[in-house]
Design a protein around this ligand. Structure first.
Ligand SMILES: [Cu+2]
Length: 576
């Protein structure tokens, strides 16, 4: 794979006259230097490619031969025809992540269309109704984990409320030389297979595990380790930025004093990152493609499938390191912002592995001292043991309508809203950290109606068997989709009955996160990270008729069953 980002970036300043029109005009200044496709007709070919990183070459599934796939640059108000040709020997698909479009164009095999057979071309065509930073990826098999993803940026029809002089798109992802099916097999046989950072008896004795005997006993009872944070991690993954590993050091250029817009996309299969640029403050201006009131921070967490746009303004003639550290600190992606190619800045070492906390267990923020007293709060037959938080396989305490079979090994008795809390691994860093409640929609939200009904959906799992689902059922066992009346406004609460984070994504819609923020300005998202032991409430206007995927965006969780279909009816005419 060529170091094409660096090569193209190097010539950019001198080649302005040769750039296509979209790159020269407008107030937005210099645009991204990734291979870019634009215009009303775009041809994409899905195929096999070799991919080299860290001096080793593996097998990737790519679009037009590059990883990540080409940057698609569209304009709000245009019509786009995307012809996708499949040269694989298996079905493929492309889902346009975060885009509002007719459901037949959404690209989920078995839900919105049949998929794209080998040697077939499928033409997606739809009007572009929004602007912002998005991405696209396969929704077939585990192809996304092999490189089938790319960035998608839509420029606004009118003036961009975000002022900047130059931009770079940063596609964060994870790459393994192990085939994703093998990764999944290993997880099914042993969910802790990739975790080389578990606590140990020696670590308990010498204090390096930073936990008490009591905590260790509790985690042991849950058959969990406080460092079960990511199922797949740096023990097999190389973390990429724009398709380049840490040593290759993808570099984006700036001139000191410029306002640089970074469009950060987490296109990982399984990796949640904490992102920072030591020495530079970042002003968050957009989340999931929706503009937010500018908020300055030093580090933010980006879950799988989320996007964040930040503005940085480096004033010194020096390089800065962009760090995307896996939340379990088992590895990092690294890139550089610099005035000239070849400049580098210090790369900070990986920070100490964090431990999950009582709150991640659903312990509702109780301090450690009160734990013992809560141990006997309930005593249902069949419960492995009782705690105020996660309750292991306790049918009597399960919410109604929830299947408590082999697919559920715990139920969260005290889920709490954690949208205002610092995310995993960042609770005690000594700088500013973005939390969801910092996000405030720039424009007023369109639908101000109060919800007319409520719905609770549990995120469930059996961690020991690597089974995942909604309300105790994996997708293959689910007989009923989630039904919404067209245009109805529903308040949905997601309850995380597990001790892992789940980035939950709804296709075809944006939902309003109930953050308690300014009225009418709560943030709109297409993906929300539901923290371990936490709950998230959002208000949804079901205004897109059709059938839509609703799933955890950790690829292997989706594959293992955390997936359902959302059905919005009627398809035609006015809402009833
Ligand atoms: Cu999940």
């Amino acid at each position: 794979m060529l170091l094409r980002g660096a090569a193209a970036g190097g010539g950019l300043l001198g080649l302005q006259g040769l750039l296509p029109a979209w790159a020269q005009t407008g107030s937005a200044g210099l645009r991204s230097d990734l291979p870019t496709l634009t215009g009303p007709n775009i041809d994409l070919t899905v195929g096999h490619s070799p991919f080299t990183v860290g001096g080793r070459t593996g097998h990737a599934i790519t679009i037009n031969g590059v990883l990540p796939a080409p940057l698609l640059r569209l304009r709000e108000g245009q019509n786009v025809r995307l012809s996708v040709t499949n040269t694989l020997d298996e079905d493929t698909s492309i889902h346009w992540h975060g885009l509002l479009l007719p459901f037949q164009m959404d690209g989920v095999p078995g839900v919105s269309f049949p998929g794209i057979k080998p040697r077939e071309t499928f033409v997606y065509e739809f009007p572009v109704r929004q602007s912002g930073t998005f991405w696209y990826h396969s929704h077939s098999n585990l192809q996304e984990a092999m490189g089938h993803y790319g960035p998608l940026v839509i420029d606004p029809e009118g003036a961009d409320p975000v002022a900047y002089d130059r931009e770079h798109v940063l596609v964060l992802s994870d790459w393994s030389f192990m085939h994703p099916h093998e990764i999944l097999d290993k997880l099914k046989k042993s969910p802790g297979y990739f975790n080389r950072q578990r606590t140990t008896l020696a670590g308990l004795m010498d204090g390096s595990d930073r936990m008490s005997l009591e905590e260790r006993r509790m985690w042991g009872q849950m058959r969990m380790d406080p460092r079960d944070i990511l199922d797949v991690n740096g023990s097999t993954y190389t973390y990429l930025i724009n398709g380049h590993g840490p040593q290759e050091n993808w570099t984006g250029l700036f001139r000191p004093g410029e306002r640089v817009r970074l469009r950060v996309i987490n296109a990982s299969a399984m990796s949640i990152f904490n992102v920072r640029i030591p020495g530079l403050a970042m002003t968050v201006v957009q989340a999931d493609g929706e503009n937010v009131r500018p908020v300055e921070t030093d580090e933010f967490q980006i879950s799988v499938a989320e996007t964040y746009d930040v503005i940085v303004r480096p004033t010194d003639d020096r390089a800065y390191t962009i760090v995307s550290e896996a939340i379990d600190r088992s590895g990092m992606g690294r890139a550089t912002l610099a005035p000239r190619l070849g400049m580098t800045a210090a790369v900070p070492p990986l920070r100490e592995v964090p431990n999950l906390t009582m709150a991640d267990m659903g312990m509702g923020g109780m301090d450690h001292g009160s734990m013992a007293g809560m141990d006997h709060g309930t005593s249902a037959p069949g419960a492995a043991h009782d705690m105020a938080g996660m309750n292991m396989r306790d049918p009597d305490n399960a919410p109604p309508d929830m299947a408590v079979g082999v697919g559920v090994d715990m139920v969260n008795m005290a889920p709490r809203n954690r949208l205002g809390e610092r995310p995993t691994g960042l609770t005690d860093v000594d700088h500013r950290v973005l939390v969801y409640t910092d996000l405030v929609s720039l424009a007023p939200n369109k639908d101000r109606r109060p919800p007319s009904r409520t719905m609770e959906i549990h995120l469930t799992g059996n961690m020991e068997r690597f089974m995942w689902g909604f309300d105790g059922r994996k997708f293959s066992e689910i007989v009923e989709p989630i039904r919404f009346e067209r245009n109805e406004r529903v308040r949905v609460t997601l309850v995380n009955d597990t001790m892992m984070a789940h980035p939950i994504h709804l296709h075809g819609h944006f939902f309003e996160l109930v953050t308690g923020g300014p009225e009418g300005h709560q943030p709109l998202k297409h993906t929300v990270n539901v923290a371990p032991g936490g709950k998230v409430t959002f208000d949804l206007t079901a205004d897109a008729p059709g059938d839509w995927a609703f799933h955890c965006h950790l690829l292997m969780h989706m594959h293992a069953g955390m997936f359902n279909v959302v059905t919005v009816r009627p398809l035609d005419g006015a809402a009833s």
